[in-house]
Design a protein. Structure first.
Length: 96
């Protein structure tokens, strides 16, 4: 394999382990729930989800799951959750 490719792969692997390098500012995705797929969005206004629960209470399991998966890669304002810390344990370290 060409040495420049090897260097890029090694650097990418290091970056992937250093999650504090990554900060999501906005994103839009489809989240496949148990009953239906929902559009989840994060932007300057905060989180939004098309599911019924978010529409009625302003929170949902889809956003909670993304907060757990993305953890410190989210801006601090997007890491805030609507359940007590005792209910949502800290995320385990991601290994690559």
């Amino acid at each position: 394999m060409h040495s420049s490719v090897i260097g890029k792969i090694e650097k990418a692997n290091r970056y992937a382990r250093e999650l504090d390098r990554i900060k999501f500012e906005r994103m839009s995705l489809t989240f496949r729930g148990d009953n239906d797929s929902h559009r989840v969005r994060l932007d300057a206004d905060g989180w939004a989800c098309t599911c019924h629960t978010f529409g009625t209470s302003g929170d949902c399991a889809h956003i909670l799951a993304l907060q757990k998966v993305l953890g410190g890669m989210l801006p601090e304002s997007a890491q805030q959750t609507f359940v007590p810390d005792a209910v949502m344990p800290a995320q385990d370290a991601v290994t690559v």
